[in-house]
Design a protein around this ligand. Structure first.
Ligand code: ZN
Length: 116
């Protein structure tokens, strides 16, 4: 498999996040760094070789086996997770404003859900 470009990698990770295949980066996740042992990267799908820096992310409760990522994939994953949560926060704020306005006009809750 050829090495994906930065854009391809970011797009791939964004898709995995949207599908829910890949969880978002969160504060409580524990991270371990080391060297690869030919395991597959959860971001790009390529193997992480002995010469590659490996990041393992422990996800207690949701994933019994930790996620494995290349250093570069990890960086992209963190960046994509951040922009995603920023989008979600913006959507939630817009939703709250809409709900408040709707309720003041109609006296009923609009029940505007998150857009993402
Ligand atoms: Zn990777």
């Amino acid at each position: 498999m050829s090495v994906p470009s930065d854009t391809e990698l970011a797009l791939r990770i964004r898709t995995l996040l949207e599908e829910g295949t890949l969880p978002s980066r969160a504060e409580h996740q524990k991270i371990y760094a080391g060297y690869g042992e030919q395991q597959f990267c959860d971001c790009c799908g390529r193997s992480i070789d002995g010469a590659d820096v490996l990041y393992e992310i422990e996800l207690p409760g949701t994933h019994p086996t930790p996620l494995a990522m290349h250093l570069k994939c990890f960086d992209t994953w963190v960046a994509e997770s951040k922009s995603r949560s920023a989008l979600a926060a913006a959507a939630a704020t817009a939703c709250g404003r809409f709900d408040a306005e709707y309720a003041s006009v109609t006296g009923r809750a609009a029940g505007c859900g998150p857009l993402l």
